[in-house]
Design a protein around this ligand. Structure first.
Ligand code: AVJ
Ligand code: FE
Length: 449
């Protein structure tokens, strides 16, 4: 089987002018979102809403700082605007919990700083040659910085979810199910497939290179595990029974008094949750969100199943049995549209299972992209042939650490920051992120045929 063809590189078809326009548009969309997420009272901007998160005003200036570093100084070769604040906004220098105590730029200063950096970036984007240097080939650095801003926008959205008080974010409800009843699981044939990418222009270093991976035949859930199914686990005493939990998971649950997904509360008439300041009944048909890896793993054990490995998840999402090729997205090679997936904070919640029939994979798996990040059982490791680019601190320093891979993006992930190959990772105890999961199981010999 051949590895992916470079014909699928969608930016190679653009003229240099169109490529510049495309990058400018992506940067602008990210900035509109950052502005929306930071259009809150100054007090809300500088406060630390949770020890797990930075003050929003840190994220904002950090977005500008990374952009200054890569687009203004490196790509543009221009002089530093604010070399004095490099340290404050270096995520490796200060843990989130310590960031409020730093001499941060104030709200107006931070807004002015990111505006000034952006003006210079646009100036550079207009004139810098988009060839001859790997950083600017396919406008990669502009894509990388767009994704960085969108990733912090998702982080800021998680901060909003932790914020107490009346709602400040508003969005229409996502579509309801547009499918009939779905089969519980989908069969994925065994054999090699192409994992990762060498052709995707804005793929980050950890997604590269494309390589063959063999996977045994398995079954994967057609859709993410719903709140309704998860509530059955809860209501049958699943959180009180160590049988379902790993040793670490049980210790974590016991030490932290974890007794339901984050933001859930048991009322007389069932489960309720707080969602961006709204208190509401938990919707049974929606994918469960705000669970840790340990909780996902315990649910899977209770259900007599397991979490998918990272290669299994990617094969379910990308493998086309008709051609043997791996697609960019489950639905094909086209960029996501609102019909394909619940992405980009267009809605402030996951959509019901069955809401995106246009986004289904060739094998029939639903909602792999959008709605909720999906925990896999895999740790974060380099692909064979990995090379850090353009800096070790994006991926390489995290390889082999205490992380689990999450795939597919959530309702809070922008289309610019997700694709079939995109890899996210976090500590197995994390659940303030928009994390859910689906289950898998080995195929029995009699089922392989
Ligand atoms: C890839 C989502 C784990 O948000 O910590 C942002 C992305 N890296 N700034 C994160 C990132 C540097 C990263 N994740
Ligand atoms: Fe960052």
């Amino acid at each position: 089987m051949s590895v992916e063809s470079t014909e699928t590189n969608p930016l190679r078809a653009l003229s240099p002018q169109d490529l510049r326009a495309h990058a400018a548009e992506a940067l602008t969309r990210a900035r509109e979102r950052s502005v929306a997420l930071t259009s809150v009272d100054d007090e809300d901007l500088v406060r630390q809403h949770s020890k797990l998160m930075s003050p929003l005003v840190w994220d904002l200036a950090h977005i500008g700082s990374q952009e200054e570093l890569w687009l203004v100084r490196d790509v543009g070769g221009r002089e530093a605007l604010r070399p004095d604040i490099d340290d404050i906004y270096d995520a490796f220098q200060h843990a989130r919990a310590d960031r409020p105590a730093l001499p941060l730029l104030g709200p107006e200063e931070a807004r002015k700083y990111v505006r000034e950096v952006r003006e210079k970036s646009f100036d550079i984007l207009e004139t810098v040659p988009l060839q001859g240097r790997r950083l600017t080939e396919d406008a990669f650095a502009f894509g990388m910085i767009t994704q960085h801003e969108q990733q912090h926008d998702e982080t800021m959205l998680a901060t909003h979810q932790l914020r107490k008080g009346d709602p400040v974010l508003h969005a229409p409800a996502p579509p309801s199910s547009r499918s009939g009843p779905l089969p519980a699981e989908v069969f994925v044939p065994g054999g090699a497939f192409t994992m990762g990418t060498s052709a995707e222009p804005w793929a980050l270093d950890n997604e590269r290179p494309a390589h063959e991976v063999a996977v045994e035949a398995f079954f994967i859930d057609t859709a993410p595990v719903t709140c309704g199914a998860y509530a059955e686990f809860l209501d049958s005493g699943g959180y009180e029974d160590p049988r379902w939990w790993s040793e670490r998971g049980w210790a974590y649950r016991s030490e932290h008094g974890i007794d339901a997904p984050r933001f859930w509360k048991r009322e007389q008439d069932g489960w309720w949750r707080t969602r961006f300041g709204v208190y509401e009944k938990v919707p049974a048909a929606e994918p469960v969100v705000h669970v840790s890896f340990h909780e996902a793993e315990a649910y899977a054990a209770w259900a007599g199943r397991r979490l998918p490995t990272e290669p299994e998840w990617e094969k379910a999402a990308r493998f086309d049995p008709a051609t043997g090729r791996s697609r960019r997205f489950p639905w094909g090679d086209e960029e996501p549209t609102p019909d394909h997936a619940n992405l980009g904070q267009r809605h402030l919640r996951p959509a019901e299972v069955g809401a995106y029939p246009a986004g289904v994979s060739p094998l029939g798996v639903h909602q792999l992209i959008g709605d909720v990040w999906e925990w896999t059982s895999s740790g974060f490791e380099a692909y064979p042939g990995f090379a850090a680019f353009p800096y070790k601190e994006y991926s390489e320093v995290f390889f082999g650490g205490d992380y689990r891979i999450l795939r597919g993006g959530s309702f809070g992930t922008d289309a610019a920051a997700i694709r079939g190959t995109f890899r996210n990772w976090d500590h197995p105890i994390r659940r303030q992120i928009f994390s859910g999961f689906r289950c898998a199981r080995d195929a029995r010999p009699s089922e392989v045929a």
